[in-house]
Design a protein around this ligand. Structure first.
Ligand code: FES
Length: 103
């Protein structure tokens, strides 16, 4: 049994995500989870490089292993309400690897 129902990782390191606003995305996700009273069951962690540089800010949600790319602060409410709370990944934000990531 998992300690958390959902575990969210936001890349805040590496060469590109930090320059694309990933810290603000992390903060917005965490703030929205907190506002919903779910901090004990949904963990939002800062993560190191997720090796998909140039497609960020990158976010990955476990246990589903759903990846999101190019996430903005404006997108975070949808991720929290539709996916983390509602159980339906936000298809329009899903990251599909189409080319090698920048190194
Ligand atoms: S810098 Fe975010 S995936 Fe590498």
């Amino acid at each position: 049994m998992s300690i958390y129902e959902k575990h969210v990782f936001v890349c805040v390191a590496g060469k590109t995500c930090p320059t694309q606003g990933s810290e603000a995305v992390w903060q917005a996700l965490r703030d929205e989870v907190k506002a919903c009273g779910k901090l004990e069951s949904i963990r939002v962690n800062k993560a190191g490089c997720l090796a998909q540089c140039g497609n960020g800010p990158m976010v990955v949600v476990y246990p589903e292993q759903v990846w999101y790319g190019h996430v903005t602060v404006e997108d975070t409410a949808a991720i929290v309400h539709e996916h983390l709370l509602g159980g339906q990944p936000v298809e329009r934000l899903r990251y599909v690897k189409t080319k090698p990531a920048a190194s």
